[in-house]
Design a protein around this ligand. Structure first.
Ligand SMILES: Cc1ncc(COP(=O)(O)O)c(C=O)c1O
Length: 400
């Protein structure tokens, strides 16, 4: 990592792996063609694009032609919600999400309400789990889409995606309208931005119709994402133009970025198992150490069913932003919650959804580990954090 600094905010973004940078470099200069051009420059770029599609598809057990490249997970998630809503509104106008989705799902859903769609936001339990039975109960004949985040960007909770996907797949609508083109009537989407590349995903085994991911969360470059779209899915584009990406996402294709994303996927596939074991060990050392050394601290999320790299706590009588600043002064980069929520300074909707009071949610700290996290980094955090908490509590107006 950067000299003498400890980066524990890998859920916000990751550095680009040097192997990824190396793979991308030729596509900025020598191999700069437009994938739509007929000449050799274009064909070279097109070949790189299609090979990249295969590599990304391979990491989720999909067919290459099911992968659409986008600019981000935000774009992929917008495309799913709006694209499915507008393509299927004749069948129904009901969409189900959870109450702990990323803001790009929450806000897209809110906007769809202004367009006449009905949104059900499912509650979660104290660990942040969606109950599959609640999905079953919420589905009705007007339901066109269920979208549930795979792993929480804040508390790391991993949802029972396979079970939820099966419920959507098995749903037989009590209606005369047949499912078209062999596709299921209730599409199932998962936002896998935090899980893709970290834990195994198989879109077929897990009954997933649509899946969003983002390159910069997995050691690839920023500005690239993907959407898996199962064959036969009815979806409208939101970017209209030259018909790139099977007509679903017009715009000149970002070849260097996509090549980098694909290389990042290849590396994750090779290293996932070992890396997940390594990070789980470090994460558990961190969690155990913090719970042991500090009083009045609580782990947010489930102790076991969480991402290998995620630890999230709330500390009584501590203000999260002050804590992050104090840690930064000692060379540790952490966060209070999701990077997107920091601009709002409102308590996290995820922490409120798992039952924290606003004041408690304000005392949260997210530490997310990654490829360059070492055991000595965890030891350093465990050494300095108790002192910082003590100091903040001493000056806290919250403590009587
Ligand atoms: C779960 C989740 N979904 C979506 C996004 C948005 O990703 P991007 O930065 O690629 O737009 C993020 C980023 O923080 C995320 O964690």
């Amino acid at each position: 990592m950067t000299e003498n600094k400890i980066y524990l905010d890998y859920a916000a973004t990751t550095p680009v792996d040097p192997r990824v940078t190396k793979a991308m470099l030729p596509y900025f200069s020598k191999k700069f063609g437009n994938t739509m051009s007929l000449h050799s420059f274009g064909q070279e770029a097109k070949q790189a694009l299609e090979e990249s599609r295969e590599m990304v598809a391979d990491l989720m057990g999909a067919k290459p032609n099911g992968i659409i490249f986008t600019s981000s997970a935000t774009e992929s998630n917008n495309l799913v919600l709006k694209g499915i809503a507008f393509a299927n509104k004749a069948k129904g106008r009901h969409i189900i999400i959870s109450s702990i989705e990323h803001p790009c799902i929450m806000e897209s859903a809110k906007w769809l309400e202004t367009q006449g769609f009905e949104i059900t936001r499912l509650k979660v339990d104290k660990y942040g789990f969606v109950n599959p039975d609640d999905v079953k109960k919420a589905i009705k004949k007007e339901t066109i889409l269920v979208s549930i985040i795979h792993a929480s960007n804040e508390i790391g909770t991993i949802q029972p995606i396979e079970e939820i996907g099966k419920i959507c797949k098995d749903y037989n609508p009590p209606t005369t309208l047949p499912a078209e083109g062999g596709a299921p009537r209730v599409y199932f989407h998962t936002d896998a931005t935090q899980s893709f590349g970290k834990i195994p995903i198989d879109v077929n085994k897990m009954n997933i119709d649509l899946l969003s991911a983002s390159s910069h969360k997995m050691y690839g470059p920023k500005g690239v994402g993907c959407l898996f779209v199962r064959e036969g899915t009815k979806i409208e584009p939101i970017l209209h133009g030259g018909g790139h990406e099977g007509g679903l996402r017009s715009s000149t294709v970002n070849v260097p970025g996509i090549v980098g994303f694909a290389e990042a996927c290849k590396i994750c596939k090779m290293e996932m198992k070992k890396e997940a074991q390594r990070l789980t060990k470090l994460r558990d050392k961190l969690i155990k150490g913090i719970l042991k050394k500090i009083e009045d601290v609580h782990l947010n999320g489930n102790p076991k069913k969480r991402l290998p790299n995620n630890a999230n706590f709330w500390f009584s009588f501590v203000e999260g932003e002050s804590l992050v600043i104090q840690l930064d002064l000692l060379g540790i980069a952490a966060s209070t919650g999701s990077a997107c929520a920091t601009v709002k300074l409102e308590p996290s909707h995820v922490l409120l959804a798992i039952g924290l009071k606003p004041q408690e949610a304000h005392g949260s700290l997210r530490l997310t580990l990654g490829r360059w996290t070492k055991e000595k980094d965890i030891d350093y955090v465990l050494k300095v954090l108790p002192g910082i908490i003590k100091k903040l509590r001493e000056i806290s107006p919250l403590k009587k």
